[in-house]
Design a protein around this ligand. Structure first.
Ligand SMILES: O=C(O)c1cccc(C(=O)CC[C@H]2O[C@@H](n3cnc4c(=O)[nH]cnc43)[C@H](O)[C@@H]2O)c1
Length: 227
């Protein structure tokens, strides 16, 4: 089995890379052999443009049996604790569109995209989890992907009213889009590093989120590898 693990930054999956260095055979840079699995790492960069380009280039030359995106993200849900890990079931592109005075309209609203045009289901990018031999038992979440991290009450309310999101990231939608178009079974794991609120970096819990994310990533890859 060939597994692709992709992240925006090395920092987010550093403990997983350490695990691979200790427990697998290194084939070449960012390529490992663990039990009966080939594992490739793709550090795609922050944001949807970087993710789409990196993944598009990778998937043009490779066909993994499963792709896993691992990253930290912001939570709209204040009843969810920071450090919790979720499985993202659907993604919205939440800041691509047009402003109409004080209203935001996405590309479906202004009919530049049609609902359910491939690979969308309605106006979202849905993971049916088809073709996966294992699915981590985690809470599922609805994600919004943005270019501009939300940090004002009007923006947060707009996103909550329009998409009812649980979490926010800067890459999830690009990952879903690429995997759906290429028919690659996929899993997006996100751990909650912060709440989506007026920006206060001092409240972020990045080390906690990275540890929880990587514990889950190791478990997932070990299970997929039959360990
Ligand atoms: O300094 C900032 O204001 C800032 C804002 C968002 C993210 C960062 C990062 O350093 C991490 C980038 C990475 O993290 C994901 N992420 C984490 N929290 C959020 C969020 O609340 N909204 C959107 N993205 C988030 C994101 O996917 C990036 O890859 C710094």
């Amino acid at each position: 089995m060939k597994i692709l693990v992709t992240a925006a930054t090395t920092l987010e999956i550093q403990p997983f890379l350490h695990f691979l260095d200790q427990h697998s055979q290194t084939v070449s840079a960012y390529q490992y052999r663990l039990a009966n699995c080939d594992i490739e790492i793709l550090i795609a960069g922050i944001g949807m443009m970087h993710t789409a380009f990196s993944l598009g280039r990778y998937l043009a030359a490779n066909k993994p049996d499963i792709a896993i995106q691992a990253g930290i993200g912001g939570s709209f849900r204040h009843d969810w604790e920071l450090g919790m890990v979720v499985l993202v079931a659907k993604e919205y592109l939440a800041d691509v569109g047009a402003e109409d005075n004080d209203q935001f309209k996405d590309l479906f609203d202004i009919q530049l995209w049609q609902p359910s045009q491939p690979p969308f289901t309605g106006n979202s990018l849905v993971n049916t989890f088809a073709g996966l031999s294992y699915l981590p038992a985690l809470p599922t979440a609805t994600g919004v992907s943005v270019n501009l991290v939300s940090g004002s009450q009007p923006t947060i309310s707009r996103l909550e009213n329009k998409y009812a999101p649980d979490i926010e990231s800067m890459e999830g939608a690009a990952f879903h889009y690429a995997c759906l178009l290429e028919n690659i079974p996929f899993i997006q794991l996100r751990s909650l590093s912060n709440y989506v609120e007026i920006r206060d970096k001092s409240k972020w819990k990045i080390p906690l989120a990275v540890k929880a994310l990587n514990d889950e990533l190791v478990k997932t890859v070990e299970t997929l590898s039959g360990l």
